[in-house]
Design a protein around this ligand. Structure first.
Ligand SMILES: NC(=O)c1ccc[n+]([C@@H]2O[C@H](COP(=O)([O-])OP(=O)(O)OC[C@H]3O[C@@H](n4cnc5c(N)ncnc54)[C@H](OP(=O)(O)O)[C@@H]3O)[C@@H](O)[C@H]2O)c1
Length: 240
């Protein structure tokens, strides 16, 4: 049995760009009232106006007080989607520890603070969707060990919360490399070379799209029997 998103209130942290924006658009097309959250008011307001979203908030997910303020006036949230995050890279013997901690602050601690801020305003027949990434299964030697750990921890957090918050459903989306603004921001001038080398190895010979990952978020929200799951949308990246 799946539950409809019609007239449901959905809050998407990271809904102003990339995967979150695609998920927000698709949820709205399915009839949901979507509130997007980004780190900057100007950008969030513009994206909400351009897309006709029900609302927008600005909050820095590494600052709990701003998460609480962003959620303060929402009477009830049916589905909470936590996709905000950046590519936190740095080798463990070289990078600043405070920088590496961001990987957990943006993911694990942001989820903890958002859930505590919402409390019982999160609908019991609703859901929470977290995000991990292919690194959780396939780490590499290029300064991503801490991000891989934070991503794997998100999957473990979702499984634990699926029990602790039940009947609220809690799942994780694990995207493979997805063509969003994050890539150019992270890789700069190396983006095209990186993408060319990567796609050569991937079974689908291309990156995922934000729409494909966003559709998986909508599926996790709307399928009433999905909980404690990690849904991989990676074009087979874990197989090669
Ligand atoms: N793209 C990939 O290949 C890929 C693969 C695996 C996992 N992921 C994960 O999937 C999530 C979405 O990625 P994406 O590719 O869609 O990225 P994106 O296009 O860069 O979008 C990131 C979103 O997160 C928001 N955000 C970032 N830092 C924030 C903060 N401190 N507080 C509040 N909001 C913040 C951004 O808002 P502003 O624009 O206002 O800053 C934006 O809405 C990220 O957590 C990323 O790590 C992505």
């Amino acid at each position: 049995m799946s539950s409809t998103l019609q007239d449901r209130t959905i809050v998407v942290f990271g809904g102003t760009s990339g995967i979150g924006l695609a998920a927000a658009r698709q949820a709205m097309a399915a009839g949901a009232k979507v509130v997007v959250v980004g780190s900057h008011a100007e950008g969030a307001e513009r994206v909400a106006a351009e897309n006709g979203f029900a609302g927008w908030r600005a909050a820095d997910v590494t600052r709990p007080e701003t998460i609480a303020a962003g959620l303060a006036d929402l009477r009830r949230v049916d589905h909470l989607v936590l996709l905000a995050g950046t590519f936190v890279a740095g080798k463990i013997l070289e990078a600043e520890v405070d920088h590496l901690k961001r990987a957990f602050d943006e993911r694990i601690w942001a989820a903890v603070h958002a859930l505590r801020a919402l409390g019982d305003r999160l609908a019991r027949d609703g859901s929470v969707t977290l995000v991990s990434g292919a690194l959780a299964d396939r780490p590499n030697a290029h300064g991503t060990a801490v991000l891989a750990a934070a991503s794997a921890a998100m999957e473990a957090l979702a499984r634990g919360l699926a029990l602790e918050l039940a009947p609220v459903r809690v799942n994780t989306l694990s995207p493979g490399t997805t063509d969003t603004p994050l890539l150019a921001r992270t890789l700069g001038a190396n983006r095209d070379a990186y993408v060319a080398a990567l796609t050569e190895r991937l079974p689908q010979r291309r990156l995922g799209t934000a729409e494909e990952a966003g559709a998986a978020v909508v599926f996790l929200m709307s399928n009433g029997f999905m909980t404690g799951e990690t849904l991989h949308v990676d074009g087979g990246a874990r197989l090669v």
